[in-house]
Design a protein around this ligand. Structure first.
Ligand code: ATP
Length: 324
């Protein structure tokens, strides 16, 4: 049998990766003479929750506005649901959800009317897989606003308005949802319900979620992957645990014995504790194992980026390693 090689087949582009919801390469943004984004790369897959962290003014909102198509970048390649946001049409836009700050302009609307009205926009974009819009009563129940369905928007409390913001963001059952500081103003119960909603959207509906927050505990609870934006670039990326380990691979074990205090850094705390207890058993007191938290990691990484100086816990750990 003769095998005929088809050169053009080998050269043809790979089929588009349907699961790659966000694909950003070398994104740059300059305001006047100031470079705010200096080569940002980021990706997100279907059903993934990605948290974008960074200090005030780092460019998080700018990045998200570019992904939403509200702002044109200075340079770079941006693909959102396979499309360049600058060329996104209504059909593309209907697949995105955005939770912005409160809907203050719609104070006279009643909650149910507003959601039904906004939901109508999405009806033509329903697919076999994704019925659109989300039925209003079910949506109200999901965001915990059923009791306020007939209230005017202006009469809602701050936390209730934020729930409405979330409902507005998801009424079209988005495939990609942007959440900008979503739980500001939520009480602890509302915050927990919201976190459950995010998990539900990601796990059951395979919604990809990109959120910005300054609440590291929230990022840790919600995100599969955290990206830290500082100095115009993504300076670190990984699961909360991976980031903490990146700053301090070692755990710190502290204990007291015979009135003396001890500290030891170890990569394998379990093995170390086993040996310690076998050797000194009952004489060990006040045993404590501490790993770097996401907050430790975040502060150390951002500080290092801003100053070029290693600091805080990270510096201590590095010193311990150097002294070994
Ligand atoms: N339209 C604009 N024109 C000029 N500069 C801008 C504009 N929008 C934002 N900036 C500047 O770009 C930088 C990044 O702003 P951006 O709002 O994206 O940051 P952020 O990370 O979202 O900050 P925060 O955490 O405070 O919300 C800031 O220094 C800001 O002043």
């Amino acid at each position: 049998m003769t095998v005929v090689e088809l050169p053009w087949a080998a050269a043809s582009p790979r089929p588009p990766d349907e699961d790659l919801v966000l694909d950003v390469r070398d994104l740059r943004m300059r305001y006047g003479a100031v470079d705010v984004l200096r080569g940002v790369d980021l990706t997100a897959r279907r059903g993934e929750v990605v948290a974008l962290l960074g200090p005030n003014g780092a460019g998080k909102t700018t990045t998200i506005e570019i992904l939403e198509g509200f702002r044109l970048p200075s340079a770079g390649t941006v693909r959102v649901l396979g499309t360049d946001p600058a060329r996104g049409d209504e059909r593309w836009r209907a697949r995105l959800g955005v939770v912005l700050q409160s809907w203050r302009d719609h104070g006279k609307w009643r909650v149910r009317e507003l959601l039904a009205h906004l939901g109508d926009f999405y009806a033509p974009y329903a697919t076999d897989r994704i019925p659109r819009p989300w039925p209003v009563d079910e949506l109200l129940e999901t965001v915990g606003l059923s009791a306020h369905a007939g209230s005017r928007v202006a009469r809602l409390s701050g936390g209730q308005r934020r729930r409405l913001d979330v409902a507005v963001g998801i009424v079209g059952r988005p495939e990609l949802l942007f959440l900008d500081e979503p739980t500001v103003g939520f009480d602890p119960a509302a915050r927990r319900e919201f976190h459950e909603l995010v998990h539900r959207l990601a796990d059951l509906d395979e919604t990809t979620i990109v959120l910005t927050t300054h609440d590291l505990a929230e990022a840790e609870k919600l995100a599969d992957r955290i990206l830290i934006l500082a100095g115009g670039r993504i300076i670190a990326e990984g699961s909360p645990d991976q980031l903490a380990r990146r700053v301090a691979g070692d755990a710190e074990v502290r204990w007291a014995r015979d009135g003396e205090r001890y500290v030891h850094a170890t990569a394998d705390a379990t093995a170390f504790l086993r040996d310690l207890l076998r050797e000194h058993g009952d004489r060990i007191r006040e045993l404590e194992v501490r790993r770097a938290s996401l907050e430790d990691a975040y502060l150390a990484l951002v500080h290092e980026e801003e100053t070029g100086i290693r600091t805080g816990r990270a510096e201590r750990v590095w010193q311990q390693e150097a002294n070994r």
